[in-house]
Structure formats: C-alpha cells, structure tokens
Design a protein around this ligand. Structure first.
Ligand code: CAA
Length: 254
C-alpha cells in the first residue's frame, strides 16, 4: 500500500506509541482518524500531525470497549473520509498485580476481577470491536486495507500481568484469524509485539521492576516509540505481509 493519501485510523492515538505512529504516518502523507478517550491529548496529536504534513486529521473521543460507540465511531469515520485503508488497534491499559501474593502463609493480595475485566475490556474486546467495524467499513467502501493489532512481548506471559498477557496473546491470535478470514476482501492483518518501549505506560512500572527488566534487554536500552511506528509503516507498505507477528523488543525474551 502506498501510504500517501490513504485513510488510517489509530486507537489510543493521544500519546505514547499511538501518537508516534500518527506522527510518522502523517509525515508519509496519510489522512488520519485519531481515536482516544483524552480529548486534550487528541488535540495535541492532531496539531502535531498537521504540522508533520498530513492532508486531513480528524479526532474522535470514544471508548473502544463499548459496542454502540465503536459502531458509531466507524460509521462517522466512513462518512467523514469516505474511505478506510488501515486501522492500528493500539489502545491499551495495564492493571498489573500478582495473581496471588502470600506472606508467611497468609494471602495478602490477589488480582481482582475488576483488574482482570478492565484490561480484557479495553485490550481484547476493544480490539475485537474496532477490528470488526473497521473491516466492515473497508469491505463496504471497497477499500483494500490493513489492520494491525498491537500485541506485546508480555503475550508470552509476564509476572504481574495475567490480564494483560492473556489479552495480548489474544490479539495476536485474532490477527492470524483475520488474515485467513479477510484475505478474500483484500484485507491484510498483522500484529506487532513491542518489548519495553519508553512510554508513560512503562515508566509507570515500579522502578525496581523496570530496572530489572531493562538490564535483561540485549540491546541494553528500552525501545523508542518511533521504532514501533516504523514497523507499522513497514507492514502497511509491504503487501505480502499478512498474519504474522513482528517482535520489536531489542532481543529480549521474557
Ligand atoms: N520476575 C520474577 N519474579 C517477579 C517479578 C519479575 N519480573 N516481579 C515480581 N516478582 C515476584 C518476586 O518473587 C517478588 O518478590 P521478591 O522481589 O521479593 O523476590 C514477588 O513477585 C512480589 O513482587 P512485588 O514485591 O513487586 O509485589 P507487589 O504486589 O508490590 O507488585 C507488581 C506486584 C505490581 C506485579 C510488580 O511486581 C510489578 O510492577 N511488576 C512488573 C510488571 C510488568 O512487567 N509490567 C509491565 C508494564 S509495561 C507494559 O505492559 C508494556 C508492554 O507491553 C511490555
């Protein structure tokens, strides 16, 4: 796909990886539909994308975890742009906690159902809903397109992330399923599994946990958000990529 002039939607575009993806695709001439819950962050991302050279940037405040709002969101994107060629399913949250924590034989904490459900709702259900609605728009507007799910190195299983690891394994599997189901409509899908990237999400980890993990990265540093954005651009541009997961983690294996 040639990115210039194409319409790409990005969820979680207000900051972090999503904002970096938006900026890079703006520089390549994409028209952008930016989705987030944070309106102020979206305004700032929109300004940055216009400055970077995007010919059209609209933003939408929407919760990806809710079916009605997601259906309305993609209907609005379709009417605003009259096209949709790409979706990056990037919106995600963490609610880290150990499954169970015992001290001296006594249970002191456990991952709560709320922590489990919040992450599953946004990181798994949100990807399902946005992927489904984006694909429907692509099919109905006869746009050959590409859907990229942002997975994580945690999909292999990471201490403190029962909820997040389960969701991130799920979105990788969904990308494989959709590659098989949607190829007949000219839609490719893929996933990216970032390692530890210097974003607010990673910086919010307990300092001890973050330092321990950073020491284990063969590349000896955290990744930069634009290194994930670069991978998004590669997947969009290479028409023979489909169904696969790209590990961008500086060589780290959890
Ligand atoms: N590896 C192995 N064991 C670990 C561990 C690790 N990374 N982290 C914790 N443990 C075990 C240890 O046995 C630890 O006790 P000791 O250190 O004394 O041996 C025990 O769990 C208890 O850990 P805490 O004292 O840290 O327990 P806590 O209840 O205060 O905190 C936690 C639990 C919130 C899960 C905290 O450990 C934590 O933040 N861990 C890191 C979770 C993580 O990696 N998050 C990634 C966020 S970034 C992201 O998600 C983006 C992405 O896609 C990669």
């Amino acid at each position: 796909m040639k990115i210039a002039g194409k319409t790409i939607a990005i969820t979680g575009a207000g900051r972090g990886l999503g904002a970096a993806m938006a900026k890079r695709l703006a520089s390549a001439g994409a028209r952008l539909a930016l989705v987030d819950l944070d309106e102020q962050a979206l305004l700032e991302a929109q300004t940055a994308c216009v400055k970077a050279g995007s010919p059209m940037v609209e933003f939408y405040v929407a919760n990806v975890a809710e079916e009605g709002p997601v259906e309305a969101l993609f209907a609005k994107i379709a009417s605003d742009f009259d096209a949709l060629h790409g979706l990056v399913n990037n919106a995600g949250i963490t609610r880290d906690a150990l499954l169970l924590k015992y001290e001296d034989g006594e249970q002191v904490s456990k991952m709560t159902l709320e922590q489990w459900q919040a992450v599953i709702d946004v990181n798994l259900t949100g990807v399902f809903l946005c992927g489904r609605e984006a694909a429907a728009v692509m099919i109905e507007l006869a746009c050959e397109g590409c859907i990229i799910n942002i997975s994580s190195i945690s999909r292999h299983g990471n201490v403190g992330q029962t909820n997040y690891s389960a969701a991130k394994a799920g979105v990788q599997a969904m990308a494989v399923t959709w590659a098989k189901e949607l190829a007949r409509y000219g839609i490719r899908t893929a996933s990216i599994a970032p390692g530890f990237i210097a974003t607010e999400m990673v910086m919010a980890m307990k300092p001890e946990a973050r330092e321990k993990l950073t020491r284990a990265i063969p590349a000896t540093r955290m990744g930069e958000p634009d290194e994930i954005a670069q991978t998004v651009q590669f997947i969009l541009e290479n028409d023979y990529v489909s169904g696969r997961c790209f590990d961008i983690d500086g060589g780290l294996r959890l």
